[in-house]
Structure formats: C-alpha cells, structure tokens
Design a protein around this ligand. Structure first.
Ligand SMILES: *Cc1c(COP(=O)(O)O)cnc(C)c1O
Length: 497
C-alpha cells in the first residue's frame, strides 16, 4: 500500500519513505491510499492477544512494506514493562455508569505522547535503513515542553540515532525543564534558548535547510529528521490503542462485540482524535467522535460552523498541550472528506496562510458533523471538573483529561446519548501538580515542587510515578544556554562537525 500527499495526490511513496521523510516536499501530509479494513471477527480475535501482538497485527495493515520481523522488532522494543508501568501498556478505569477513562500516560514521561514516541525511533530507523541505507539519523526538536522530553526518552540510546532538543529558557515549567536537563543517554543533547518557542522553532527549521550543515552531516554519514506530530510514524501507533481498548472492554464484559462506543478526545493538534477516526474507518464500532477543546476553542467553532478562523486571542491555559491555533492533522481529515481533492486542500491552506481563515463547503461540513461532535471547557470549569471528579469518583485527573470529562458530560446532557464511552486520559495528574492541587485543595499555598507532589499523594492516596518523584536530586547534565543565532554552532559542536 502506498501513501500520498494531501497537497499532491500524484506523489506516491512507500510507508517507509513517508516515515523517513516526515512531511511531503509540497508541504502536505502523507496519508494511506486506502484505509485497511478489519472485520468484527478479526477484532474479536484480538481479545486473546497482548498489546504488543495487537500492535503488530494492526500496524502490519498500514506498514505493508515492513517485514513481520521488522515490525516485531519495533513493537517489542517499544512497549516493554520496563518502560511502561503497566503490563497492559494502556489502562482502562471505569468512570461512572457508562464511561471509561483510557489512561494513555503509563509510559516514561507520563503523557500520551509516549504511546507514539516510544515506537517512532524504531519505525524511523528501520524506515531509513530500508530507503536511504546506513545513515545516522539526527533528530532536531524545538519543544514547548512535553514533546521534547517524550522524544528524548524515545530516542535515548537507540542505535543509529542522535537527538538534540532546544527549549525556550523561560518558556517551560520547572518540572519540564528538570525532566530535560537531567536526561540520560549517550546520544542526547539539550540546550536552552534565550528566546520563546517560536524563535527556537524558526531557528530549527532554518538549520534543517542550511545547505552547509546538511553537507557537513552528509560527509559524516548523517541526515536530519523530525519527530513532530505530522509524521505518519507518530499517528499510526495511536490507532492501535483505540482498537485495543475496545478489545479490553469486550474481555471485561462491558460491551458486546459489534456494540458502538463513543470516543472523547482532548484535542490540540487533532492527531489523537484523527487516530480514533481512522480506527472507526477500519471497522471499529464507533458512534460519535467527540472533540474536546480548552479555551482555545477554534476546533469547536470549526466543527459547528465549517469556518476555520485563527484570527482570535490565544490563551495560555492549565492544559498547555492544547494551547494551539493551527491543528496540523485536521488537514488529513479534510483531504479524506473532500474526496482526496488535493487542489481544494491547497486552496484552503493557502487561504489560511494569507488570511488566517477558510470555510469548507456545506457538504464537507455535514460530513464532519455526521461523525464528530465538539465542545470546549474554560479555565474555571477545568478546575471545577478536577474537583468534582475527585469528590464524586475519587479519581484524580489532569487538566487535559478534565477538559474531556467536562465536554463528555455536556454532550451527554444535551444529546441524551447513553452509549458506552471511552474518554482519552492524556497525562498523569502529577505532571500538572500545581493546577490539580489548586483544584482539590485551594487553601494550599504552592511551595516546593516536590513537596507539592508529596502533598498530592497524601490527599489523593495515590503515589507519584517514579519518573517524576525520581527527578528530586537527580544530576543535571545539561546547563548550556544559547542565543538564537548561536543554535547552528551548538548543533555543530554537539555533533562534532
Ligand atoms: C499533545 C497532548 C494533547 C493533544 O493531542 P493532539 O494529538 O495534539 O490533539 C492532549 N493532552 C496532552 C497531555 C498532550 O500532551
């Protein structure tokens, strides 16, 4: 099966090429030419299998140019009990009458990004070997916090790769900074940038296309690649956990084979919810896909009106991984829903670039509304939902998950829909201790970060993941801070060019 670009349907590449290249030359995203199908019988048969086996079977339908040995090597390396504090990899927690939280944060950095970024290094190195032979891959990342750490953990000590991460010196939380500056591994580099996230991102993009550095890399048998969420290699691992969760619900007797479930996803870049859409298109019995936004509710408006308009205020919220006004992966959905009309996609995205806005046809809007519902949750309501959920269900959720819970409850009230529902839970509450403490214990004054973590443990009767509590007193390995225009030099030094 080949992959084509959303901005040029004639551009056909293998899955290994799509993953090695990340993004198409025309700026489009790669999508599979057709969506592979699974019958109910096939889904039912997965009940007996482990997460690793389910992943191997589902991925083999999309990555048809990978051999069984290659795929087995990738999934067995990524989803181990050493890296995930659960043998099931993703856990299900019952939530009230008809809902289940799908906890996707049992990986090494305690956010759902691990589900894809633990596997991507394997997929990428195999893809590079299959397409451009024995090059060492250098991953460059500019991060606002979560992606950088998840990518560092994923690529740490993976043979044939190096990873360099730049983060804005004053733009990440103390815990996020500590997670990165204490990073272990022989092939990793981390550097603070005197600037904001956009400055770091722009400089990284310039380094990617700097001919002189590229030539120096090529002379040493290296090449650049990217680990950001437009890479198909980050999307495809996310399809697996929706199908796997359905199997777990079957196994636990919560649903019957063929019964439709709804899926609620707290959404930023539209990657996670798009993976749920792909699972549905493959044949997973899914009713509504419910897109939950925070105060940055551009997707709520788009799904309800067909107008995508980024000319609006940007809010910094307690769910920062959803503070986003350009949801890159929406392009993949629009391409599929307009009948793979690449010229139409080019027009929409040219308009977005020029005017910050585009409007889809009534037909496309109706197709979106036939599958998706949308809602959003403001800051006050997010904290209130964390508090209510804690008091009502003794369950502690992080602010991103709280947004999804609130939008689910609003949806249920408005629609009367009682279908069983899966709510994606995307981060451990310990990753956002400040907001969670503020919600469940407003009289507490924030003190030391690690004291707060201990207090949250006492209040909730849970314990912090070792990956977070273990940062206390850990050796700082990376103290370097560079001006934006020094970044190319930092790359040269770290790679000994
Ligand atoms: C990245 C992230 C999201 C948003 O996921 P998208 O795929 O970008 O929609 C939600 N919650 C958390 C905790 C995240 O890190």
């Amino acid at each position: 099966m080949n992959y084509k670009s959303t901005r040029n349907s004639a551009e056909l590449v293998s899955s290994a090429e799509a993953i090695a290249r990340g993004i198409s030359k025309d700026g489009g995203l790669f999508v599979p030419e057709e969506i592979p199908q699974m019958t109910l019988e096939e889904i039912g048969e997965l009940i007996e299998e482990s997460y690793v086996q389910r992943a191997e079977i589902i991925l083999s339908k999309f990555l048809t140019d990978f051999t069984a040995d290659e795929l087995g090597y990738c999934v067995r390396g990524a989803y181990t009990e050493e890296k995930f504090d659960s043998s099931k990899i993703a856990e299900l927690a019952k939530f009230g009458e008809n809902a289940y939280l799908l906890e996707l944060w049992h990986g090494p950095t305690c956010a759902f990004k691990d589900m894809a970024l633990q596997l991507l290094p394997y997929l990428l190195t195999v893809s590079v070997r299959k397409t451009v032979a024995d090059k060492e891959v250098v991953i460059l990342v500019a991060t606002s916090g979560d992606t950088g750490k998840a990518a560092l953990e994923g690529f740490k000590d993976v043979p044939g790769t190096r990873i360099l991460v730049f983060y804005p010196e004053n733009g990440v939380s103390p815990m996020q900074k500590l997670q990165m500056t204490t990073q272990e591994g022989g092939n990793v580099g981390v550097c603070a940038v005197k600037g904001n996230f956009d400055d770091a991102q722009t400089a990284v993009k310039a380094i990617f296309t700097d001919e002189k550095i590229r030539q120096q890399l090529a002379d040493r048998g290296m090449m650049f690649s990217s680990a950001n969420s437009i890479n198909w290699g980050r999307l495809v691992p996310q399809i697996v956990y929706y199908i796997s969760a359905y199997c777990d619900l079957l196994a636990n007797g919560e649903i019957e084979l063929g019964e439709k479930i709804n899926i609620v996803v707290p959404t930023g870049n539209f990657g996670n919810i798009l993976a749920a859409y792909y699972a549905k298109q493959m044949g997973l019995p899914v009713g509504r896909l419910i897109c939950a936004s925070n105060q940055n509710n551009i997707l709520t408006d788009f799904i309800n009106t067909g107008v995508y308009d980024r000319n609006r205020d940007f809010y910094t919220t307690s769910s920062p991984s959803m503070d986003i006004l350009i949801s890159s992966n929406l392009e993949r959905l629009l391409y599929l829903l307009c009948g793979c009309d690449d010229a139409q996609v080019r027009r929409w995205y040219a308009e977005l670039k020029e005017t910050g806005k585009f409007t889809v046809s009534d037909e496309v809007r109706e197709k979106i509304q036939a599958e998706f519902s949308a809602g959003f949750c403001g800051e006050e309501e997010t904290l209130q939902t964390i508090r209510d959920t804690f008091e009502q269900y003794s369950y502690t959720c992080d602010p991103h998950t709280a947004v999804a819970v609130k939008v689910y409850e609003d949806y249920k009230k408005a629609s009367g829909d009682q279908a069983k529902t899966l709510i994606a839970s995307t981060a451990s509450p310990y990753k956002f201790t400040n907001a969670v403490l503020q919600a469940i214990s407003p009289e507490t004054n924030p003190t030391d970060d690690f004291d707060d973590i201990r207090l949250l443990g006492l209040l909730t009767g849970t314990s912090a993941p070792q990956e977070i509590s273990g940062l206390d007193g850990k050796e700082i390995r990376f103290t370097r801070s560079a001006a934006v225009d020094e970044m190319p030099q930092v790359v040269r030094e770290l790679l000994s060019l």
